[in-house]
Design a protein around this ligand. Structure first.
Ligand code: PHE
Length: 465
């Protein structure tokens, strides 16, 4: 069977940007930036995106397009030995497990969207609302809807499913984001938030902060998850990979920066005296516990319908971002099953769907509902000297996202440069970009991928272990 392709370079860029733009850009980045040096953080982050992440991105896309395979197939075909095949397995297992974890978060977002549309802002802003929501039965209704939507998109295939969804959802996402930024700028004290987000404080850029920034950039660009190898395998030979990569990186960065102009002014207009330490560390806390309070407070200004509308608009934006990321990550195991076993897309989806649903349910039950899933293990002590109990959800996060992701990235760099070899990589990337060969960029990409990028990723990996 002929492999499906994106219809054009733009189709690919939108799909890959759909993958890259997610909760990381919309929520994690603004909070991180404002706490860790504002514009100084933004500058460093942009530097990481273009000088460290972009070469890795180009390597993944080229590897995919060259082999026309999913990550497992690509590592097997070029690696030609057991060790590389194992790395291939890791590159399929990782997105699968992160997919389960991301699915659960997307379901929560969808639930908050549904509740905002139903005008239940008071309920959402109540102190224990999130805790009871994630342990409620209605969660499973939302889960069914999100899974249905995601699999319906994937069932459409590359052009009619993934690309079509991205062509509709991504422009809507950009417009909604801009509209919300314009709206929050009309609120009182919005400028305090902008100041907070953008005043540079270079002394805050410690080693730990830089480590976190790079890990965030890496995650946010969907690197080392096999996604760009898989999407890369659907790029046409005459499309310019270098240009596409730059576009995806720039779009992701732009959305992250715009989100800073949305979230922080919103927070400050709600509470002009807010202290840094009160801003939730985690995106989860921010989206589900902090922001609903802001939407509720808006009710005093613009009334019940106005506030519900703004909240719905915001959660729809986050939901679109999460959905396109979720689609991209599930496509990796789907493609692997289709390539590896020669099964149809439908069959791959049903098989994977069954396993994913089971694991997502386990994840969803791991917040206290089922003791076994909620306290699988414990490592480390909290501030009170008590062991930190880890749920299934935490474990997936710690193992796959925090630890294996940098390891996968490191192995990918070594694989492309030392196994597949520079000249093959260059030859692939040069198809569709006649000026790449011999350029400064080519020298930089080759050099960095073979030397300091894997080194930096190794440091991040060792730091987490
Ligand atoms: N780029 C996504 C984000 O910022 C990360 C991601 C991509 C997560 C794909 C899962 C799947 O949220």
């Amino acid at each position: 069977m002929k492999r499906e392709q994106f219809s054009s370079s733009l189709g690919f860029v939108l799909a890959a940007a759909g993958s890259a733009v997610g909760i990381g850009n919309l929520v994690a980045f603004p909070v991180m930036a404002s706490k860790n040096g504002g514009a100084a953080f933004l500058i460093m982050y942009a530097f990481f995106v273009f000088f460290i992440c972009l070469p890795v991105m180009l390597a993944e896309m080229s590897l995919g397009r060259h082999t026309r395979q999913n990550p497992l197939g690509a590592y097997t075909e070029i690696g030609q030995n057991r060790a590389w095949r194992t790395v291939g397995w890791l590159s399929v297992l990782t997105p699968f497990m992160i997919g389960v974890f991301y699915l659960v978060i997307t379901v929560w977002i969808f639930g908050y969207l549904a509740k905002s549309v139903m005008g239940q802002l008071t309920e959402l802003a109540a102190p224990d609302s999130f805790g009871s929501f994630i342990n409620s039965n209605e969660l499973f209704i939302y889960m069914a809807i999100v899974i249905g939507l995601t699999f319906a998109i994937l069932q459409g295939g590359v052009k009619q499913g993934i690309e079509k969804a991205a062509r509709v959802l991504m422009p809507m996402l950009f417009i909604m984001l801009i509209a919300l930024v314009i709206y929050v700028f009309t609120l009182d004290n919005a400028m305090l938030g902008v100041k907070f987000f953008l005043v540079p404080e270079f002394d805050k850029l410690t080693g730990k902060v830089l480590n976190g920034a790079l890990a965030q950039a890496f995650f946010s660009l969907s690197l080392a998850m096999g996604i760009l190898i898989t999407y890369g395998s659907y790029i046409q030979k005459n499309n310019d990979i270098v240009h596409a990569g730059k576009m995806v990186a720039a779009l992701s960065l732009l959305v992250a920066a715009c989100s800073g102009l949305l979230i922080l002014p919103a927070v400050f207009s709600f509470n002009p005296d807010i202290q840094l330490s009160e801003l939730s560390e985690s995106s989860i806390g921010m989206i589900f516990m902090f922001l609903p309070k802001i939407f509720l407070a808006l009710q005093a200004d613009i009334g019940y319908f106005g506030a519900s509308f703004v909240a719905s608009f915001f959660f729809l934006l986050v939901f679109f971002a999460a959905l396109t990321s979720l689609v991209s990550i599930i496509e990796v195991p789907v493609a692997s099953l289709m390539d590896g076993k020669g099964v149809s897309r439908r069959k791959a989806l049903y098989t994977l769907g069954a396993v994913m649903i089971t694991l997502a349910v386990v994840c969803a039950l791991s917040f206290g509902r089922v003791e076994l899933f909620s306290s699988l293990t414990s490592y480390g002590l909290n501030a009170e000297g008590q062991p930190i109990v880890k749920s299934f959800f935490d474990l997936v996060y710690d193992i796959f996202y925090e630890t294996i992701l940098p390891l996968n990235g490191l192995l990918l760099c070594l694989f492309v440069i030392y196994r597949w070899k520079k000249h093959n990589f260059d030859a692939e990337i040069s198809q569709g970009n006649a000026t790449f060969a011999g350029s400064l960029l080519q020298k930089y990409v080759n050099f960095s991928l073979g030397t300091f990028i894997p080194f930096i990723l190794a440091v991040i990996f060792v730091n987490t272990v």
